[in-house]
Ligand binder design. Structure first.
Ligand SMILES: [Zn+2]
Length: 350
């Protein structure tokens, strides 16, 4: 690692610790990290699944409050489309003239941008070659249509997978670049060679969707409107051990449709939870996705095309881009070395 990178990561780690001290919130990230460092603090195990109920549900991770502004800068630097809307358009949409950093960060998406890129993947635990290949193959199921692909590295990847006892989760899109390199960006609890193929499809492909920046489909307003909050609080308390705030955050708080690139709500998307009819107002279940469907693949291919747009590119990660059409070589170069430079630039306030 270069010096500026080390300084960046050290500074970021300090910021995160400070924010946590102030808020008193315990982050899974640091709980996991301290556990690895042997401090004795371990993350709480997920509750035992109740018979007949869904097993562990994914809980996508968000960055600690202290890092949101920096994450927004980084997301905007990777692709200007991630920058918050300002000016007449934002005023028209009721966003106001003045956006505080927190507001900007919340409005900023986690999109990787339209230039094809490879994201390196490493494993926190010793993982044999067959298991690595199997996990990577399921991650790359998205790459059938998407220009973002995943490649294993024996070093420290941009995507870092743990199979530790912490459930299923991933940070969203470009947020993974904000996680200290000693921490995981994705958790696939207990995945082994014996895990069923259907679980690989349901969980690995879903978590990879989060890494691509896709939020939970069941948070779409049309689907949230179907859920009975009182029933949802009781159900998730019983099956997942979640308090009301967690249920609000994971299930009941609808996504701001203005903040997302999307297709019509799709309850069979791989990004959608399976939710029982016992918690919906109409008594009908939200079917949920068990594998990538045609809409998932079409959407991924649309926002992450395999061939970069043949137009003057404003994508800042192509430092060699002189405003002309992006060459095939430049597309290939849009890999982690460019991302590393961006992290440094953001750290230096560029
Ligand atoms: Zn999820």
């Amino acid at each position: 690692m270069t010096d500026p990178q080390q300084i960046f990561h050290a500074t970021l780690a300090k910021l995160v610790r400070l924010a946590q001290e102030i808020t008193g919130e315990v982050s899974r990230l640091y709980a996991a990290q301290t556990a690895q460092n042997g401090s004795g603090q371990t993350p709480p195990p997920p509750p035992e699944p109740t018979s007949g109920d869904p097993v562990t549900l994914c809980t996508p991770q968000t960055l600690p409050a202290g890092t949101l502004e920096q994450a927004a800068q980084l997301a905007a630097a990777i692709n200007p489309m991630n920058a918050p809307m300002t000016g007449p358009l934002s005023a028209m949409m009721g966003l106001g003239d003045v956006l505080t950093p927190a507001r900007i960060a919340a409005l900023t998406s986690k999109y990787w941008g339209p230039t094809p890129r490879r994201l390196s993947v490493s494993f926190m635990e010793t993982t044999d070659v067959e298991l690595r290949r199997r996990i990577l193959a399921h991650m790359n199921a998205w790459a059938v249509t998407s220009g973002v692909s995943f490649v294993y590295t024996a070093g420290t990847g941009k995507v870092r997978i743990t199979r530790g006892n912490d459930g299923y989760w991933s940070y969203l899109g470009t947020d993974i670049l904000m996680i200290p390199r000693s921490g995981a960006t994705m958790c696939l609890q207990g995945f082994t060679a014996r895990t069923s193929e259907s679980e690989y499809r349901r969980v690995v492909r879903h978590e990879t969707g989060h890494t691509l920046g896709f939020p939970h489909e069941h948070m779409r307003a049309d689907l949230v409107a179907r859920i009975d909050p009182a029933k949802a609080y009781a159900y998730f308390s019983r099956t997942q051990g979640w308090d009301r705030r967690t249920v609000d955050f994971q299930v009941l708080k609808a996504l701001d449709e203005r903040s997302i690139l999307s297709t019509p709500p799709d309850q069979t998307s791989i990004m959608c939870y399976q939710l029982p009819g016992s918690i919906t107002k109409d008594g009908k279940p939200i079917i949920g996705g068990r594998d990538l469907n045609a809409s998932d693949l079409a959407f991924a291919g649309k926002i992450y095309p395999k061939v970069a747009p043949i137009a003057p590119s404003a994508d800042l990660d192509d430092d060699d881009d002189d405003g002309l059409a992006v060459s095939a070589a430049a597309q290939q170069a849009a890999d982690e070395s460019d991302l590393t430079e961006l992290v440094n630039k953001v750290n230096q306030g560029a």
